[in-house]
Design a protein around this ligand. Structure first.
Ligand code: NAI
Ligand code: MG
Length: 354
């Protein structure tokens, strides 16, 4: 029978984006060979590369390819060479438009800190070692999109709005992950002050009671949650929260491993999933083979999960673990290996696991 085939839109972008995207693609190709599926890849400009090619940070042809694909992989966008362009032509604007057009409402950001990594954490190693959490952030609603929003000479306001339907669908994503992981879910809001949060809390509780009675649900206020991420990050497994709180908490949690070079993300729920490392285009190290490709490679593992190639996803995570244990390590993890050497080592470990 014909092999399982996935169409993949690759958007390398700017700065270190192309360097790390090449390594993610290399690992995906190794998975296809090892696990008997096929990937049809097409490559498209986005961000500054889109501006340079088509005077648009999200060229029409790039968007169309993404809307047609089974999955979209993006490296990173932005950089000082585009600092002067108009606000709605900025490279980052292309990424925001892409997320909106894909309709990806669930942003998943796992953060794991092993014993070895904990040594690099800005927090005390004994406090962070063993952290393994997943933030599920609502991405297409809340105060970043609510109307009315207005700025006049003398005042300005935004609207934090959530509908029952929007809360239900993100809650279900989070409960499903909690079931797959430890069976625990923390919902974060500000229900003591905000009407939208009081609704959030009621809806999450109802979905839990009606559909996921086996998951232990707790509610935390966002200020308390922020303290706990710093003081006791191991207490968390799956965390679900709205757009604004999730933006802040996920960047706070991203500091725990001491490098951005290991953090993957996925944005799901729309047409195709969008998979991208958490880090930006890192212009300070771009073009020199210094970037850690593991964040991109772990994002590719999330892509494999999303297309139901779970065995391949697990193989990638194990291959990354073995490289973290035995090297070669990139500079942000204390080694001196080139981006491509790290990617090749992961691909080799996928092809012939030890
Ligand atoms: P950044 O994430 O690009 O870099 C922050 C620091 O982390 C830098 O010191 C960088 O060298 C280091 N770093 C990042 N990725 C790394 C990797 N894979 N391996 C080793 N070290 C790594 O954030 P920054 O400097 O604030 O932004 C640079 C540009 O990226 C800006 O134009 C910004 O707008 C854009 N950006 C794009 C994002 C995206 O495409 N999703 C996200 C964040 C920023
Ligand atoms: Mg942020």
């Amino acid at each position: 029978s014909a092999p399982r085939t996935y169409s993949l839109a690759l958007l390398p972008g700017d700065g270190v984006g192309p360097e790390v995207t090449a390594e993610a693609a290399r690992v995906l190709d190794a998975c296809a060979a090892a696990f008997g599926f096929a990937i049809e890849t097409s490559e498209h400009p986005v961000g500054g590369a889109g501006l340079d090619a088509d005077n648009d940070p999200l060229p029409r042809a790039t968007l169309d390819a993404c809307l047609d694909a089974d999955a979209v992989f993006l490296g990173a966008v932005g950089g000082p060479q585009w600092d002067g362009v108009d606000a709605d032509l900025r490279p980052e604007r292309g990424l925001l438009r892409l997320r909106a057009r894909l309709g990806a409402f669930a942003n998943l950001r796992p953060v794991a800190v092993s014993e070895a990594l904990a040594e690099r954490s800005p927090l005390r190693p004994e406090r962070v070692a063993g952290t393994d959490l997943l933030i599920v952030r609502e991405l297409t609603g809340g105060i970043y999109f609510g109307r009315p929003r207005e700025r006049t000479e003398t005042e300005a306001y935004d609207t934090m709005r959530y509908s029952v339907t929007e809360i239900e669908r993100i809650a279900r994503v989070a409960f499903e992950w909690a079931q797959k992981r430890s069976g625990r879910l923390t919902s974060v809001d500000k229900a003591n002050v905000l009407a939208s949060s009081a609704l959030w809390r009621d809806v999450v509780s109802r979905i839990g009671a009606d559909e996921y009675p086996d998951v232990a649900l707790e509610h935390l206020y966002v200020d308390n949650a922020a303290m706990q991420v710093v003081c006791d990050p191991r207490r968390f497994d799956v965390v679900v929260t709205g757009n604004l709180f999730g933006d802040v908490l996920s960047d706070l949690a991203a500091t725990l491993p001491g490098t951005l070079g290991l953090l993957p993300s996925a944005s799901l729920g729309g047409r195709a999933g969008l998979f991208e490392p958490v880090h930006g285009s890192a212009p300070d190290i771009a073009g020199r083979g210094l970037a850690n490709p593991l964040a991109a490679i772990l994002s590719a593992a999330m892509l494999l999960d999303a297309v139901d190639e779970a065995e391949a996803a697990t193989a990638v995570r194990q291959a990354v673990e073995s490289v973290l244990d035995d090297g070669p390590l990139p500079p942000d993890l204390g080694g001196d290996a080139h981006t491509a050497d790290v990617g090749a080592a992961v691909a080799d470990a996928v092809a012939s696991p030890t």
